[in-house]
Design a protein around this ligand. Structure first.
Ligand SMILES: *Cc1c(COP(=O)(O)O)cnc(C)c1O
Length: 468
């Protein structure tokens, strides 16, 4: 594609995205296609001769769009949002345009330094401690996802727990244990399995049936029993904002226990962490500054930054680097040898990395702290209002605390009725919500967090739910 052709199509694609976002409300939120339909509508074999980009875009309109579930639709209330924004899309486009691979400082100094700056900014905005800043002992890095950061944190934790032995000699299966509540995300178990510990090394700690937060007493007992039995507790994961209900584990109490046993404390705040930008919500991070060894949150969920962008910090980068750094001859360079620079390849699983800081930096600059606070506050206020409507209708009940922007509720009826209701709502195309189980029974989840979501969309959702 010649430059002028690229320019023309580029303008066309920006127009396409603007039109898409401008008219997104007219589309059914949840894709209604049958399995295999999209594939069947496309040629089975690649083209022998070059095709025009116009042909590609035409197929996106005709074939791909019907197979899209519109995550940016203002009535998308499922899972957690993956909210996007103009500044993030444009920042991402710049990153694609630069085509930089930022594995080393030397392979594009700006890629590393802008990432350090952006994560220092975000740490300051969240009120994270100075140890997490790049000029302290720790530092931040953009990972692809919270799942990756759970694994990376675990590898650093094992490195520390083993006095560096795991990097050399591997993990003696069955020796190390990991702790998370029954409400923790599945990525914790995945990390334990990927690290080679085996799922049996994960101790799931009961949660309080009312708050759904981890019970520190149960954690203490389990640790004591494991130590007694000869295990080494390597890591505790505390969740701030569980996926199911946004329950908040008591980090301060858990941290004190972790400290007592010199066990790594990782905080999974994938969804909720960014809410700490608002001073009135910063209580959710209580205990993090004093006890966390690592902390991760997803700007790609609730901070207007297109997927993927997970912000991950460690309080002491030595263990992370000890676990992950290897310097083959072909990557040696003067800047690395000087020790004056950070090479982010040592901070994650893969070698190569995109210039993701561009989108996060664009978002922080174009919204400003006040704009980002407004974004979070609006959703929290809408969720509280929605919860009030649900509570006032005695056919329904609220099933979990809802301090942020997720409300879990159910019809006072059996699970099947609740699942039927969800099915009916989702197949209407007017909104999309998902379910979970709270205390063994089905709850519906309304997660408010779309960039385009306004009060009228939540009102409409409630009207549709009430019309059961
Ligand atoms: C969404 C979520 C994750 C997983 O997020 P990815 O970035 O997709 O890996 C992990 N933990 C919690 C609490 C989540 O809500």
């Amino acid at each position: 594609m010649q430059i002028e052709e690229f320019r023309a199509h580029g303008h066309q694609v920006i127009d396409w995205i603007a039109d898409y976002l401008g008219t997104i409300e007219s589309r059914p939120v949840l894709s209604q296609v049958e399995p295999g339909a999209i594939r069947a509508a496309l040629p089975a074999h690649p083209p022998e001769e070059p095709e025009s980009f116009d042909a590609v875009l035409a197929d996106v309109d005709r074939i791909i769009l019907p197979g899209i579930t519109h995550w940016q639709h203002p009535a998308f209330f499922a899972y957690f949002p993956a909210n996007a924004s103009g500044p993030a899309i444009l920042g991402d486009l710049l990153s694609s345009g630069l085509g930089v691979q930022g594995m080393l400082w030397a392979t594009s100094p700006a890629c590393t330094e802008l990432e350090q700056l952006s994560l220092d900014w975000l740490a300051e905005m969240l009120g994270l401690p100075a140890t997490f800043r790049s000029d302290g002992k720790g530092g931040g890095v953009i990972q692809d996802t919270a799942s990756t950061s759970a694994l990376v944190a675990l590898l650093a934790a094992l490195h520390r727990a083993s006095g560096g032995a795991t990097a050399e000699r591997g993990i003696a299966a069955g020796r190390y244990t990991v702790y998370a509540s029954t409400e923790a995300h599945s990525s914790v178990e995945k990390a334990v399995r990927m690290a080679g510990l085996g799922a049996a090394a994960l101790r799931t700690i009961p949660a309080d049936p009312k708050t759904l937060a981890m019970s520190p007493a149960a954690l203490r007992d389990q640790l004591a029993a494991d130590i007694e039995a000869g295990f080494t507790p390597a890591m505790i994961v505390a969740t701030i904002g569980t996926t199911s209900t946004t329950a908040i584990d008591p980090v301060r109490d858990i941290g004190a226990i972790a400290r007592e046993h010199n066990t790594w404390l990782h905080i999974d705040a994938a969804y909720a962490g960014v809410a700490a930008i608002c001073p009135e919500l910063r209580w959710i991070l209580d205990g993090v500054a004093d006890f966390a060894d690592s902390f991760g949150t997803n700007p790609h969920k609730w901070l207007l930054t297109n997927f993927d962008c997970h912000a991950f910090w460690v309080a002491d980068r030595a263990h992370l680097l000890g676990a992950l750094s290897i310097l083959p001859e072909y990557l040696r360079n003067a800047a690395t040898a000087s020790g004056d620079v950070v090479d982010y390849r040592d901070w994650h699983i893969q070698l190569g990395r995109r210039f993701r800081a561009l989108k996060l930096w664009s978002v922080i600059r174009c919204y400003g702290i006040s704009g980002l606070q407004h974004h979070i506050r609006t959703h929290v206020a809408l969720a509280q209002e929605f919860a009030g409507w649900v509570a006032a209708d005695n056919r329904f009940e609220i099933t979990a605390p809802h301090p942020l922007s997720l409300v879990c509720f159910r019809l006072r009826a059996d699970d099947d009725r609740n699942l039927e209701l969800m099915q009916k709502l989702n197949s209407s195309g007017e909104l999309y919500l998902t379910h979970t189980k709270v205390g063994g029974t089905v709850s519906l989840r309304l997660a408010i967090g779309g960039t385009l979501t306004e009060r009228r969309h939540v009102e409409r959702a409630w009207a549709l739910i009430q019309a059961v």
